[in-house]
Design a protein around this ligand. Structure first.
Ligand SMILES: [Zn+2]
Length: 340
């Protein structure tokens, strides 16, 4: 073999090796950063008037008291890794149809994206269109609705700390901050230039869904109260005096931050609201299957941001030092009773 041929063969081997590695990194999943023993199952019988939740993954939660149903995010599309990296994305109508059917939803009072990134707000206008829901959110979310052709009568912008009443649910949006990506280049790309100032018409690049406003939701109902944290960011002091029974705690990316960041996040969300029950959310892969068991983030995410295991050990430590605090993870789509 001549030297030139040898170099070419080596080059080809390197390309094949790299390709295999990329395929592996984008298609194999890390373990979930939650304890298996925290898993709860759906109820066979729902007592009359009970407040229930169904979880579709990430931060998509459906709440019902038998009279009124409303949803956070309403995200079902889960575009694959290659499309996210190099292509354009658009709501996947079949996934949305199936997602609503899996949640047994035909009518919703509202769908409320917790911020406007694609994995929260992308499908919400189509969910609103199919269920008659009001699309509630930031100006950026409203512009995602407009870009999808949702009528203005179904779009309502939220105002910081101004409660919205849906049946017996009182939802108070509290402006907060998105998770702070530790890598400054990623942070700038995902969180810089935050507002969508005009209608967004898909297909568009993943990051064309700008973050908009990141909300915490304080929800009260005659049966109980809870806080929904869609992204692991915080603003010190904003939750003072707002105690709740349950915190739905978004932990996405948390393990890639510093230990000090995690502690402050916990203090400002969990300690600040003194719940008795924690339900971690947004811990599953954004590109995992739309059905079946949840998967942890893909290996590529773990390589880039790292720290998946830090999330689990952080939550484990918090469970160990707070023995009275109950931890639960929700099954996919099944109806779970929060308050009887
Ligand atoms: Zn986000």
């Amino acid at each position: 073999m001549s030297l030139r041929r040898g170099v070419l063969a080596l080059f080809l081997l390197a390309v094949i090796g790299l390709s295999l590695f990329v395929v592996y990194a984008l298609n194999s999943y890390t373990p979930l950063p939650v304890e298996a023993e925290w898993a709860v199952v759906g109820a066979d019988v729902i007592p009359e008037g009970a407040v229930t939740v169904r979880f579709s993954g990430t931060a998509t939660l459906l709440f019902s008291d038998g009279e009124t149903q409303w949803m956070t995010d309403g995200w079902f599309s889960r575009p694959g890794p290659l499309r996210l990296l190099v292509g354009k994305i658009t709501p996947d109508l079949r996934s949305i149809e199936r997602g609503l059917a899996d949640n047994q939803v035909t009518e919703l009072a509202a769908v409320l994206p917790l911020h406007s990134h694609y994995d929260h707000a992308m499908d919400a206008p189509e969910v609103a269109r199919r269920t008659g829901a009001l699309l509630l959110g930031s100006e950026s979310t409203a512009n995602i609705g407009r870009g999808w052709g949702l009528p203005e009568s179904q779009i309502q912008e939220l105002v910081d700390r101004e409660p919205v009443q849906l049946g017996k649910f009182v939802i108070t949006p509290i402006e907060s901050r998105h998770f702070k990506f530790p890598n400054s280049a990623i942070r700038e790309r995902a969180l810089g230039n935050p507002e969508l100032i005009g209608p967004l018409v898909p297909p568009v690049r993943m990051l064309d869904y700008r973050v908009g406003t990141a909300y915490l939701l304080h929800v009260s109902h005659p049966k109980g109260s809870w806080l929904i944290v869609g992204s692991a960011g915080y603003v010190e002091g904003v939750l003072e005096g707002l105690d709740v029974d349950i915190v739905f705690l978004g932990v996405g990316g948390l393990g890639s931050q510093t230990a000090q960041y995690r502690e402050t996040f916990w203090r400002e969300t969990v300690d600040a609201t003194a719940p008795t029950h924690i339900i971690p959310i947004h811990f599953d892969s954004l590109t995992g299957p739309v059905k079946g068991p949840f998967m942890g983030p893909v290996q590529a995410v773990a390589f880039i941001s790292g720290g998946q295991e830090n999330t689990l050990s952080f939550l484990r430590d918090k469970a160990a030092v707070n023995p009275k605090l109950r931890f639960s993870t929700l099954p996919r789509f099944e109806e779970v009773v929060l308050f009887e």
